[in-house]
Design a protein around this ligand. Structure first.
Ligand code: SF4
Ligand code: URA
Ligand code: URA
Length: 212
């Protein structure tokens, strides 16, 4: 991002840096999730994208494939992004607060999120996104330390302050698993609201594009 000069490596190094990061995550045992996972789930998508999507943590399909958001939630997320012209693999870099699957799909603990934080920090620094989409309450808590209902948090732009978040736009949205449980598309329903939020994200990305 233009407001953060010098934080991004040149594109040739970017690939190397990300490969190095993936290797270090694979070897990581900073928290207990490292020993119960099948494999680490670091990212998918385009590391040069202006948009980063951050979810909670890997589920069963992600743990099996090594890729984030590829199960039912991920497929819904992809379709919703697609509906506003965002291809999750071409136009976004997708990752999670924790890189290893919590057993029984429980939420990651505060300690696990803190243990995994350096990897996320590194991802943000390398990808240098202008906009970060936070999928669900755990992503908001994990990244910003804010606990609250998504009904209040979603749809409100936040400006990152300090450290790796300085100058970035953050948009909390409902987690797609919540939308799977609440499938109504009626005006005012969670799915409809999320669609408004994603349109807002698309507009912000277009603005950033045109101001480059
Ligand atoms: Fe390391 Fe994060 Fe996996 Fe814990 S969840 S072992 S901190 S990579
Ligand atoms: N839910 C998440 O939060 N992340 C994934 O990668 C998959 C499901
Ligand atoms: N509760 C959550 O934890 N996440 C959502 O996205 C919605 C409700």
């Amino acid at each position: 991002m233009t407001s953060l000069p010098g934080t991004s490596p040149d594109p040739l190094n970017l690939e190397q840096e990300l490969a190095g990061l993936a290797e270090r995550c694979d070897a990581c045992r900073h928290c207990g999730l490292g020993s119960s996972r099948t494999q680490v789930v670091v990212s998918r998508g385009n590391p040069k994208a202006r948009l980063m999507v951050i979810g909670e943590g890997p589920g069963a399909q992600e743990d099996e494939t090594g890729l984030p958001f590829v199960g039912r939630s991920g497929q819904l997320l992809d379709r919703m992004l697609e509906s506003v012209g965002i291809d999750s693999n071409r136009d976004a870099y997708v990752c999670n607060i924790v890189k290893c699957r919590p057993p029984d799909n429980r939420k990651p603990t505060v300690l696990e999120m803190a243990a995994c934080r350096p990897w996320l920090e590194r991802q943000i620094a390398l990808v240098d996104p202008g906009v970060i989409l936070l999928a669900g309450a755990t992503a908001v808590e994990g990244l910003l330390g804010i606990k609250g209902g998504m009904t209040k948090l979603r749809g409100q732009w936040r400006q990152g302050e300090g450290g790796s978040l300085e100058g970035r736009w953050l948009m909390p949205i409902f987690h797609p698993s919540y939308l799977l449980r609440n499938p109504s598309k009626e005006r005012g329903a969670p799915k409809w609201l999320t669609w408004q939020d994603l349109q807002d994200v698309q507009r912000r990305l277009a603005q950033l594009e045109s101001s480059l």
